[in-house]
Design a protein around this ligand. Sequence first.
Ligand code: CMP
Length: 131
Amino acid sequence: MIKPDAVQSNSIGGILEMMNTAGFRVIAMKYTKLTAELAGEFYAVHSARPFYGELVEYMSSGPIVAAILEKENAVADFRALIGATDPAEAAEGTIRSRFAESKAKNAVHGSDSDENAAVEGEFFFSKFERF
Ligand code: CMP
């Protein structure tokens, strides 16, 4: 997912270019906006965290780009491409080092496992929207 801060800063194209250059193929893609309820559902796994309220408010504050990406070893390779959650700790050349503003406004989200990638793909896309 490309988050509201990166959409706002006109970084959609730059981020998609980095994904394509790194070998990720787009299976599904959508420009949309989450309600607070949907953002809360998407991040339900973090509901006990102190930053949950801020996260839900922020993720429903503006449009996002949701996508399903395909590649060998996609989860690990995508996490390497996006870099650490905190852009101050993200390695040079990563998406977050280039585009993220802060730990909360960190430009992109990537699934943390194949299992969660399947759940998160279902959250956004029907089978008719995957190619
Ligand atoms: P993401 O990969 O989308 O998964 C959970 C998100 O919670 C994370 O990226 C951050 O945007 C956000 N997050 C994690 N830690 C903090 C924090 N300490 N303060 C605010 N937001 C956070």
